[in-house]
Design a protein around this ligand. Structure first.
Ligand code: GDP
Ligand code: MG
Length: 178
């Protein structure tokens, strides 16, 4: 046994990084439970959730999702959190340029200290708040392209692009040799 890992069934550690308040926990809850709780002001309890998705080629990917309980405030703790992660989802809020800068900080941090073959996704969340947008789609697209990352805008509130985010990540995972 290989920890449940074979060519058809992958199991991967996924971490979320980004400023507090950008919607990391809401993205996870939307993906795993199909829920959005607008009243939750702080990170929602669970720091570990898992969800399995099936791809069209009949392979499955089990995401073991590590959501921070606010460690994002302490950059020094981050390496403990993203160690061994196969996937990093770096989230900003499209209404917050500061959160976009912070996302770029996390990208650089992972390029320096993350696993060399880590799959990184850049996510502009709160895409439902169009009238408050302060980060252009093009800024996200261009930054992601330059850094070899996948980019998508999501809304945990409306569920827009949440499943697509995880499906695209799954497709980009390196497959173990049979
Ligand atoms: P975290 O600190 O990154 O985990 O952020 P949370 O998931 O706790 O979300 C922070 C706040 O943003 C909460 O008040 C959420 O209701 C709100 N929020 C999260 N995602 C969205 C979204 O897609 N759209 C809108 N309008 N609000 C969101
Ligand atoms: Mg949170």
């Amino acid at each position: 046994e290989n920890g449940g890992q074979d060519a058809k069934n992958l199991r991967v550690k996924l971490v979320l990084l980004g400023d507090s308040g950008v919607g990391k926990s809401c993205i996870v809850l939307r993906f795993v439970r199909g829920q959005f709780d607008p009243t939750s002001k702080v990170t929602v309890g669970a720091s570990f959730l898992s969800q399995t998705i099936a791809l069209q080629d009949s392979t499955t990917v089990k995401f073991e999702i590590w959501d921070t309980a606010g460690q994002e405030r302490y950059a020094a703790l981050a390496p403990l959190y993203y160690r061994g992660a196969a996937v990093a989802v770096i989230v900003y809020d499209i209404t917050s340029p500061e959160s976009f800068s912070k996302a770029q900080f996390w990208v650089k941090e992972l390029q320096k200290h993350g696993s060399p073959d880590i799959v990184m996704a850049l996510v502009g969340n709160k895409a439902d708040l169009l009238e408050k947008r302060e980060v252009a789609v093009q800024d996200g697209t261009e930054y992601a392209e330059k850094n070899g990352m996948f980019f998508i805008e999501t809304s945990a509130k409306t569920a827009d692009n949440i499943n697509e985010l995880f499906e695209e990540i799954a497709k980009r995972l390196p497959r173990p040799a049979v």
